[in-house]
Design a protein around this ligand. Structure first.
Ligand SMILES: [Zn+2]
Length: 310
């Protein structure tokens, strides 16, 4: 059975995904600001900025973006759709939560939270009919506790019901992805359909090895020009890191991305979705990464993640 995946512009088959950036954001907005002070936000300008970034990505070869924006990152399907319309880039939307899940969730059972995720996947988000294609979870530190732990349990329950992939934000410096997998696995998630994100942040080969040993896909997903964003490994270091992992035979288990944002009200830094195809892939080839591994990391590995839905 061929898997079909919901996007902002309708269903696509896994084979149609093509060159995919595994972890990006069309928008990041401070929750509640736009609803309360709409005059701060020029929606036509925001949509125009999204469109420009997606058109540049498309021109550089990108066909699909997984948008990891959640409720606590200001998810707005209508705004994202207005920007993406007509660009020819498939955008797969997320349900789930980042590091600041709404406090209201504390009063809901884990099963009830899983109902919310399932509704986004099966019925649609914010009444738009656009369905989520992935479930996002995020934890900081080594071991998730309290509500963060319950978010992982709810994500696993949501995956058991809907079969969609889970994508995580994990604290590489604390090897946080490993504890995420412990909770997900104990809660019945299929780790073959889990992508652990931000795993390149600490340049820790042992951490990535340990993650791969659990059967997940691993995201080296914060390739950015040096001036853009938080203190992260340099592009040169990340290129060497990916090359080392490919030499060890792991090219079939990695995905590449920027964790960039087309519009972000929490930072004035401009970011783009074309740095990986324009700069990173040529740099990887220059240090000897094979075309087979490049194809795997940009096309095949993500396709398999969704293919497994059947
Ligand atoms: Zn992100």
């Amino acid at each position: 059975m061929v898997a079909t995946i919901p996007t902002l512009a309708g269903m696509v088959s896994a084979g149609e995904l093509g060159f995919t950036l595994a972890h990006e954001h069309l928008i990041i907005l401070s929750p509640g600001m736009r609803e309360n002070w709409p005059t701060l936000y020029d929606e036509a300008a925001i949509a125009g900025q999204i469109r420009a970034k997606l058109e540049a990505a498309r021109a550089a070869g990108v066909r699909t973006i997984i948008d990891a924006t959640t409720v606590d990152l200001g998810r707005s399907i209508p705004l994202a759709a207005a920007g993406a319309e007509g660009t020819g880039v498939n955008v797969i939307c997320a349900t789930g939560f980042w590091l600041h899940p709404p406090r209201a969730l504390a009063l809901l059972s884990t099963d009830r939270i899983a109902d919310l995720l399932t509704s986004d996947v099966e019925t649609g988000i914010q009444g738009t009919g656009v369905r989520a294609g992935v479930i996002k979870v995020a934890t900081s530190g080594r071991v998730p506790r309290g509500l963060a732990r319950r978010m992982l349990q709810a994500a696993a329950a949501g995956q058991r019901r809907t079969a969609v992939p889970i994508t995580t934000h994990a604290d590489a410096g604390r090897r946080g992805g490993l504890a995420q997998l412990d909770v997900l696995e104990a809660s019945g998630a299929d780790l073959a359909r889990v992508l652990v994100g931000h795993a390149g942040d600490s340049l820790d080969l042992g951490y990535v090895d340990a993650l791969l040993g659990r059967g997940v896909l691993v995201g080296i997903d914060r390739f950015r020009p040096a001036t853009q964003g938080m203190a992260l490994p340099t592009v040169e270091d990340l290129v060497a890191f990916v090359a080392a992992l490919c030499s060890a035979g792991h090219g079939s288990r990695l995905v590449l991305s920027h964790d960039a944002t087309a519009f972000n009200d929490t930072t004035s830094q401009l970011r783009d979705f074309s740095f990986v195809p324009r700069v990173v892939l040529p740099a990887l080839m220059k240090v000897g990464v094979s075309e087979t591994d490049i194809r795997a990391m940009t096309i095949d590995n993500i396709r398999r993640l969704f293919d497994r839905q059947g």
